[in-house]
Design a protein around this ligand. Sequence first.
Ligand code: RIB
Ligand code: CA
Length: 313
Amino acid sequence: MPYPIIFDTDPGVDDAQAIAIALRHPDIELLGLTTTYGNVNIETATHNALLLSELAGQSIPVAQGAAAPLAKTKYPAPAFIHGDNGLGNIELPPVSGKAVSQSAAEFIVDTVNARPGEVTLVAVGPLGNLAAALQLDPGIIDKVKHVVIMGGSIKEGGNVTPVAEANIFNDPHAASRVLTAGWPLTMVGLDATHRCVLNPDHMEAIAAGQGELGKVLAGSYAFYAEFYRGALGIDGCCPHDSCALAWLIKPELFTTTKGHLTVVTDGDAEGQTVFAPAGRPFIDSRWNRTPTVEVCTGADGGAIVEWIVDTLK
Ligand code: RIB
Ligand code: CA
């Protein structure tokens, strides 16, 4: 039976590939795309979400969401990683569709309430939309099936600061609410996504299998790959956001453990996710007081990349 999901996203090159998986995988029922600022501004995020589903020949509701963090000052979008248009500055075809009139938070609340116990939220950008949905209707905590977050880091260190991963750093206050809300949650962070590298041969196979959508995925990945070559010295890219969907469909490819998360919201460590393993006592209870969640501590990167390519080739 397919997994009904809402995909919350800031597309973004790696988001685009994950959206393609969500649109194509036979075991995923994509109920809607909710958009957030992050890799791009909110208007561009919504434009790209509409474009990608149109290129896949599908009409999926797109609900626009957060334009800025809850509390902190917004940093400029990382155009040097994703391009000014979020898709590697390649030329893009026109979009005909429009976002629905509901906000992202309203869409999440209405959709979860319409199918209690069924809907999984997969969030791969800053977490303002999920935080807003929680504020609008805390009752969704008991009605979602699961929440999967691409974000955070346990032992891997950060990618935008020495300790913080980008999605959590972009809105640590929202992340704190979402990661400690008490709903069933799995965090797929850099400890897993940095084990996965998509190389140019993989991208060629994906481009060949995806028609017009494939051209956008491959063209934008070429730009993203330049960033990885310069920053990490690798010939390929980490498909961060696709890993959240890989966890949903193939959890056996990940190493996981349970415990408590806290998010640092201020100071030099802002955006850090601090993990206290379940059952391990510390000097006081502050690190153990948040609800138990699941975190990924590692992954079979080769098998995950194979799954991504098999899904899209
Ligand atoms: O740190 C990786 C995350 O930051 C991914 O979601 C990527 O799209 C960027 O937003
Ligand atoms: Ca993202």
